[in-house]
Design a protein around this ligand. Sequence first.
Ligand code: SAM
Length: 255
Amino acid sequence: MTAVENANAGEQYEQYTPSFAEYWDDLVGWDDRLERDGPFYGRLLNAHGAKDVADVACGTGVNAVALALGGFKVTATDGSENMLEKARENAKARGATFNKSCVADWLTLDDTLGKEQYDAIVCLGNSFTHLFDHEQRRDALHAMFRTLRPGGMLIIDHRNYDTMLDEGYSSKHAYNYCGDGVDVGPAQLHRGLAQFHYTFKDGSTFQLNMYPLRQNYVTHLLEDAGFVNVERYGDMQRPFILNQVDFIQQVAFRP
Ligand code: SAM
């Protein structure tokens, strides 16, 4: 099986094995990450008057926990039971309470969580990259759209794959994945696949297969799903120079 065929086989959250879930927090580097992105997301959500927020790719909980501690009513979901279990442990350890937490696949989000439930949905830390099929990306965004209340806000944060594909990989390691002593880099990088390898301090290695999302394509998908007024930030700033940022945040609204 080629890498691309392999990337298309099975659900991508199955890559988050119990042992990778154990290592994930070393990669995230919670304190540095929350210092940089916590205030940004809190401000955006507050400015929009959001109270009920679903983190639909909560992973081990970094943003869901910070938002719950920041006073939002947070639903934490993930396709991976392994990651969600760690998120629950992390919430408990940090004194945060989720309003609800459950396993949920984006493709059936509104069936799992209910229609028109949330003021905001966040899908952060380069998660949306895990869908390899155009139709599945469309279906996932449609399901997120239906899960939001009219007027609701969706925030998707993804790597700056445009610059990676056009100019090669480099990273400031300042956003999202800030952990010390973790060696991260692409083993394969082309239009159809970004395969990243992660080597941790103790020598353990993992890999993730991701689809390199171009920013215009994501905006187009959002508009195609019915979202309006899509705004982009680069490393949480606006305006930004594309080849100087590691991550793009796309903010869109359900009319
Ligand atoms: N947001 C977290 C963070 O920043 O640390 C986790 C990011 S991790 C790169 C991507 C997450 O998306 C994983 O926890 C994975 O299980 C989840 N995921 C991937 N495909 C999914 C799907 N189809 N439905 C729900 N969750 C999915």
